[in-house]
Design a protein around this ligand. Structure first.
Ligand SMILES: Cc1cc2nc3c(=O)[nH]c(=O)nc-3n(C[C@H](O)[C@H](O)[C@H](O)COP(=O)(O)O)c2cc1C
Length: 188
């Protein structure tokens, strides 16, 4: 279910976030995940096998962070996040430093992961700016996490996204794309 504040953060459809969780032993983790809003319901289609899924099963909670740094999406999709990016919180997983907003959810694994808001915070606002460059980095990163299924067509799609990033993106988008290609062994 959503409340007033999460209604302002999440729109109908899929919002790409970085989910932070803690293991039962208290080790933090961050990974990109899409928060889906359908009417009043919020949920994530979480593939079993990720650290995030294991943590949610163990602790029943997660934080969805709204961030706009494309490098963070690439890094957290494939690597551990440096501790300096986490802002520790009392009795909940850490939030990501420089997040525009976050929402702390009770998370019930019932096929999908159903989310109920515990609390949320909007920390910063900015002029809305739509960039095909940023969208292409995000799309390429999702494709990158599925390359074992998508194979060569997935690689071609990433290289098409790369062209758009170079045409429309910010220097940070290009840095993120270069990092992604390096991680995936797609650099020239
Ligand atoms: C933008 C983006 C959105 C993603 N959304 C999801 C998602 O909704 N569900 C999911 O299971 N994986 C999703 N992924 C893939 C995970 O982030 C990826 O499997 C990651 O390696 C999991 O990391 P972890 O093992 O640290 O949890 C997404 C990846 C990206 C780049």
């Amino acid at each position: 279910m959503t409340d007033g504040m999460t209604d302002e953060i999440f729109e109908e459809g899929i919002t790409e976030t970085i989910v932070t969780t803690l293991s039962a032993a208290g080790v933090p983790n961050a990974a990109p995940m899409g928060v889906i809003k359908r009417g009043e319901s919020l949920f994530i289609r979480m593939y079993p096998g990720s650290r995030t899924y294991a943590n949610v099963k163990e602790t029943g909670h997660l934080v969805a962070n709204i961030v706009t740094d494309p490098v963070l999406f690439v890094t957290t999709a494939f690597e551990d996040l440096e501790n300096s990016y986490y802002l520790p919180q009392q009795d909940m997983p850490p939030v990501i430093k420089d997040a525009y907003a976050w929402a702390y959810f009770k998370a019930d694994v019932q096929g999908t992961v159903k989310l109920s808001t515990v609390c949320s915070k909007i920390l910063k606002t900015r002029v809305p700016r739509f960039s095909r460059g940023f969208a292409s980095v995000i799309d390429a990163t999702i494709t990158g996490t599925r390359l074992s299924i998508l194979g060569q067509p997935g690689k071609s799609r990433i290289l098409d996204d790369d062209i758009l990033v170079r045409k429309c993106g910010t220097p940070r988008d290009i840095e993120a794309m270069d990092r992604l290609k390096k991680l995936l062994g797609l650099s020239a």
